[in-house]
Design a protein around this ligand. Structure first.
Ligand SMILES: Cc1ncc(COP(=O)(O)O)c(C=O)c1O
Length: 398
């Protein structure tokens, strides 16, 4: 009798689970060593405008500047409503005097396109949109215009590789949503006039507070331009036409959560302990390598982003690949991926690794610095087992 080889060799169930199953792309895993005890110095039940509270807020700002290694003349504020609040405060306050070019290649960047083309009217704005997995041609930017873009497209796994396309002598402002790239990859601060991010991503902090960073040119714009549209109080950074400096010294526009501030301080202390920005970037690269090595040796999986030069090392987006999937509809692929995700969740191996709701079917795995490379290597073994298990079930049902 001739034995029929199985289509997939059965993968043995791994014996070890990752030390943490948290691979979500946001909120991301808390930093190693995190515990509620880290928050015991939080200024709770006291006014954030009192000396204690203000000192803590100022410390968060100073530590942010030091950790990011920002130019001395850049200023930092803690804003409401996470990264979204920080981006929209910038768009509402700064745009108008020049035409605007907005680049997008995934869900969040498209939100900023909507803001610029549909909400902030009248505004002379153009959009450059690439499909999931690709970067638009950034060289189409006209730098006599203001240019708005995300550095890392979290839902597509596509990242801007460098700032060489941005001229030093630009006339317009560059407004960059860096929520899943600041502190994960080196960034050319002098090429960026506005930078935003939220603590809930790379630092594994809490949501609802956003960091807004302004270059001197952005401040000059704030002080010289009066927007044509109403600017809600929560976005207002000027007082009688001048920069409200107090906001950049820790006097937040409205009441912050001092628990979240303490949590961010804890995350930044951990970041310093692993070597600051360079240490965080090195951890991210090591994490990405754990996944990339597996992808290189696994025929059924591939990166959504085909161009390695613009592949994100933080929000890694993967799709089903190979001849078995060529003729399978996106709907069926999504259902299969959901099965794998559910199985891994049930086994306590990985949470929240499904692709983003608007993105092509697949998996999205956070490789930022708070995750451990050893855990990612273990996860890949489980992915192999889950794939073989779900394929076998699928075949049995066919
Ligand atoms: C690129 C990008 N921009 C903006 C956001 C929104 O961030 P938040 O919910 O912190 O406002 C996200 C969240 O995942 C993101 O990835």
């Amino acid at each position: 009798m001739v034995a029929v080889a199985p289509a997939m060799p059965p993968a043995a169930k791994p014996a070890v689970v990752p030390s943490s199953p948290n691979f979500s792309c946001g909120p991301c895993k808390k930093h190693p060593g995190w515990s509620p005890d880290n928050l015991k110095n939080a200024v709770l039940g006291r006014s954030h405008r009192g000396k204690l509270g203000k000192d803590r807020l100022k410390r968060a700002i100073d530590e942010t500047k030091a950790l990011l290694e920002l130019p001395d003349d850049y200023i930092v504020a803690i804003m409401a409503a996470s990264d979204t609040g920080a981006v929209e405060a910038a768009l509402w306050s700064l745009l108008g005097p020049r035409p605007v070019d907005v680049f997008a290649w995934e869900s969040f960047g498209k939100d900023w396109v909507t803001d610029c083309l549909k909400q902030l009217t009248p505004l002379d704005a153009r959009s450059f949109i690439a499909p999931f997995g690709q970067l638009p041609d950034l060289h189409q930017a006209d730098f006599t215009h203001d240019v708005v873009f995300t550095w890392n497209g979290t839902t597509a796994g596509v990242i801007v590789p460098d700032g060489d396309w941005i001229p030093d002598n630009r006339q317009g402002l560059t407004i960059c949503d860096a929520t899943s790239s600041a502190l994960a990859v080196p960034m050319p601060w002098r090429k960026l006039d506005v930078i935003t991010y939220s603590w809930q991503k790379v630092l594994g902090g809490e949501a609802q507070h956003g960091i807004l960073i302004l270059s001197p040119r952005a401040v000059e714009r704030l002080e010289s331009h009066k927007p044509a549209w109403p600017v809600p109080k929560i976005f207002r950074m000027t007082k009688e036409g001048k920069l409200n400096k107090a906001i950049f010294e820790g006097e937040t526009i409205n009441t912050p959560s001092m628990l979240c501030v303490e949590d961010a301080l804890s995350a930044m202390a951990w970041a310093r302990s692993v070597g600051g920005a360079a240490g965080l970037a090195a951890r991210t690269q090591a994490n990405f390598k754990a996944l990339a090595d597996w992808v290189a040796n696994t025929p059924w999986i591939d990166f959504l982003c085909q161009d390695a030069a613009v592949r994100s090392p933080t929000s890694v987006c993967l799709t089903l690949a190979g001849p078995d999937w060529t003729h399978v509809s996106a709907e069926d692929q999504a259902a299969f991926c959901k099965k794998i995700v559910a199985l891994l969740e049930k086994e306590g191996v990985a949470y929240d690794i499904n692709s983003y709701r608007d993105a092509p079917p697949g998996f999205r795995i956070w490789c930022g610095s708070t995750v451990e490379a050893a855990d990612l290597a273990i996860l890949t073994q489980w992915m192999g087992w889950a794939y073989a298990t779900c394929r076998a079930e699928m075949k049995a049902a066919a």
